[in-house]
Design a protein around this ligand. Structure first.
Ligand code: ZN
Length: 284
């Protein structure tokens, strides 16, 4: 199943290329707000087969500005740092022996298309696979972890490196939470739609030049292990979001270093999900 928030309404994208409004097509049984569907994940999965046979608006006629963030109001946002060995190496940091976790504050989440204002400093790109939790749980074993995943989407963990590294300890959470620094989308795709959900290509480009390319099979802690280790500490709740780390190729690891500038076009691609497109602009 492929889900999106289109004009603020929970929508199923059918194999036939239609966008079906879930609330309308179920007589109001489901809320139009996409965040609420993750709390009723089993019911939505049961309804998916019928919804995918309905006719709706042709997806081809839907403009990018109509797509919103597919998990806009999670109660918890987790982000994993240094989860690809080649990225840890370019950051001159050791591969961690346990998860390195921070948050992106929920107000930084944004939709899959549009413009993002650059704050002062040095803003860097980080393409990431993003997990959205369906059925929550505490102490989820790794071998049951995929059962708790509603779906996967693309994300950018945009990062202001100057603030991030200014103090005596890394300031990850705040430096990665400026407005618009957590775009996600355009769709949430259930794990069964992937040939192998543990091996997904991801990439990003700036002004048409590919700057990152990776595969999630190179993660230090794969998705099931992330879920097991996070939920060993804190229960995962329906609709929670997990940014799973970025592969090599970020701007701060380059020689010379390179950061985003006003006017840059940032394209973020996750295999099986699609692509996000953003334009950077100067501060207001
Ligand atoms: Zn990251």
């Amino acid at each position: 199943m492929r889900l999106a928030s289109i004009n603020g309404r929970l929508t199923v994208l059918t194999p036939g290329g239609d966008a079906v409004d879930v609330s309308e097509e179920t007589g109001g049984r489901f809320s139009p707000l996409i965040q609420e569907c993750y709390g009723r994940w089993g019911e939505l999965r049961d309804a998916a087969g019928a919804l995918e046979r309905r006719k709706g608006r042709p997806l081809a006629g839907i403009g990018p500005e109509e797509f919103g963030c597919p998990a806009p109001e999670p109660r918890q946002v987790f982000a994993v740092g240094l989860n690809y060995a080649a990225h840890a190496a370019e950051a001159s940091l050791a591969v961690p022996e346990d998860l390195t976790v921070f948050t992106k504050f929920a107000t930084s989440l944004a939709g899959p298309y549009g413009t993002i204002a650059l704050p002062p400093g040095t803003v860097d790109w980080e393409v990431e696979l993003v997990v959205v939790i369906g059925d929550g749980g505490h102490r989820i074993p790794a071998d049951r972890a995929w059962e708790h995943v509603a779906g996967l989407t693309a994300g950018q963990d945009l990062s202001e490196r100057t603030m991030q590294s200014a103090g005596p300890a890394p300031q990850y959470s705040l430096a990665k939470s400026f407005s618009g620094f957590g775009p996600m989308g355009p769709v949430v795709v259930t794990p069964d739609e992937f040939e192998d959900p543990d091996s997904i290509d991801l990439a990003c480009s700036v002004n048409g030049e590919q700057v990152q390319k990776g595969n999630t099979s190179d993660m230090v802690f794969p998705v099931p292990e992330i879920i097991a280790r996070l939920s060993a500490v804190t229960p995962l709740l329906p609709g929670d979001v997990i940014f799973t780390g970025t592969p090599a190729g970020v701007g701060v690891g380059r020689s010379p270093q390179r950061f985003l500038a006003p006017g840059d076009a940032l394209v973020t691609v996750v295999q099986g999900v699609g692509e996000m497109r953003h334009r950077l602009r100067g501060p207001e």
